[in-house]
Design a protein around this ligand. Structure first.
Ligand code: SF4
Length: 160
């Protein structure tokens, strides 16, 4: 009973939702209205973008209330959430994970490294940004991007 009383006393802790986005300018593959299951792939990140993604799916930002969810298998996903610059060791894994997604699949690049190479672009083991191995539908800029920016991108796709 103690835990129940604490939950009731704490109330809702998530950030205010704000109005739903328009999203009409997105490509057809990105218009997965209502629900979006995402497989996340770290292609060569420093770990900063993952912290912010974890924050997005925490009770504070609660991305699931907008219809976005992380799933364990690309077979169950509508899209790919890619963080980090694509390293030579991960390039094939990124391509194959994308191939395992049912069509139409959306690709969202999260963070400067994923969008344009960022700080790590000239590393010796780097292939390039995500667009060098996959067609990218949405980019979320920032190093790392704020959870608000990541959630705004996910809401553009779900329309919620
Ligand atoms: S964008 Fe910044 S935080 Fe994200 S992986 Fe690159 S260096 Fe790290």
């Amino acid at each position: 009973m103690g835990i129940l009383r604490t939950i009731i006393a704490a109330g809702r802790v998530a950030e205010p939702a704000g109005p739903p986005p328009a999203g009409e300018d997105l490509p057809a593959a990105a218009r997965l209205r209502g629900s979006l299951q995402l497989r996340h792939v770290d292609a060569g990140s420093c770990g900063g973008c993952e912290l912010e993604i974890a924050g997005c799916f925490s009770p504070v930002y609660d991305a699931e209330r907008f219809g976005a969810r992380l799933v364990a298998s690309p077979r169950h996903a509508d899209g790919l959430l890619v963080t980090g610059v694509v390293t030579q060791n991960m390039a094939q894994a990124v391509r194959e994970t994308h191939r395992a997604l049912p069509e139409p699949a959306i690709v969202i690049a999260v963070g400067e490294c994923a969008c344009n190479g960022g700080e790590l672009d000239d590393g010796y083991g780097v292939v390039g940004p995500v667009s060098s191995v996959l067609p990218v539908d949405l980019e979320v800029h920032g190093c790392p991007p704020h959870p608000d920016a990541i959630i705004a991108a996910l809401r553009r796709v779900t329309g919620r």
